[in-house]
Design a protein around this ligand. Sequence first.
Ligand SMILES: C[S@@+](CC[C@H](N)C(=O)[O-])C[C@H]1O[C@@H](n2cnc3c(N)ncnc32)[C@H](O)[C@@H]1O
Length: 324
Amino acid sequence: MTPDSSTLIRSLRRKRSSSEDEYAKPFFKWAGGKSQLLHEFDSRFPEALKTGVLDRYVEPFIGGGAVFFFVMQMFPFRESVICDANEELVLTYQVIRQDVDALISLLRDYQSRYDALDETGRKDLYLSVRAALNADRKGFDFSSYGPSWIERAAKLLFLNKTCFNGLFRVNSSGEFNVPFGKYRNPGIVIEFNLRLVSELLKSTTILHGDFSRCLEYVDNRTFVYLDPPYRPLNNSSSFTSYSRDGFSDQDQVRLKEFVDSVSSIGASVMLSNSDPRNEDPTDHFFDDLYQQYRIERVMAKRVINSNAEKRGAISEIIVMNYSE
Ligand SMILES: C[S@@+](CC[C@H](N)C(=O)[O-])C[C@H]1O[C@@H](n2cnc3c(N)ncnc32)[C@H](O)[C@@H]1O
């Protein structure tokens, strides 16, 4: 069993003698969430994080933010920048930062409607919220913040908590298409955590778009953590498409060039990815790409796979541009 992020933070903090006992944690279930690998990352973070020499944190593929929430509450960062190509996810982060009270009140409303219904009614509610989310998408202004963002974030969080497997998956036109999840007690509004997250995001720059947007925020006191979409483990695996912007091998090469650029600025970088050698021992894609960097392999559970036989342990690679 690997500890969840708050248990790990609590135990590490106790060791590092801090008195705080409440921690913000991911509010969105997200494919590729890194909670289970935090203990592996923690033992490989650069020493300069603990001393505050690295005082800016940049995470260009934020997803559910497991690593972001962990490091922001473990180390003395002064500034942070997060980014993702998924506009729905970025919208939700923005709303939690700016309008957490209004968001909580809409979620409470969803929670009481859900609680009062039987299973058929819950499924109907889910399908109607999903249809409204998709209908509103056409013409939705993702570029300027407004009240409609709060309603959209509430729908997204409601669907994320009640959909099958807590997956966020869209089709080629960007429509959310995950079926209903039949949870007895899905915890639609976890008010306390949303407020902690909101506080933490107050000092965070939130960007939407390609990872390359983050380059201008990197200096020689920056720690960059990169968790790009997985390279498919086999031909039938489609888990790189949880964003409409699929991530090709050319993008992996572009990302390696980004790692080179931030390294030449003097930043410290850690990158994680699935290990293609799990499926094909002769596939040295990342070993070749990152040959001038330190590469380590760690074991992870493969959480999301529709094929039960393929749910065992797999190795993940961690690439670092620093030695200690
Ligand atoms: C593996 S997930 C990150 C998971 C995250 N570390 C967590 O713990 O939940 C990869 C993320 O990259 C985003 N993404 C895909 N293409 C991107 C791009 N070109 N630039 C920035 N983000 C991108 C996806 O929307 C997804 O949220």
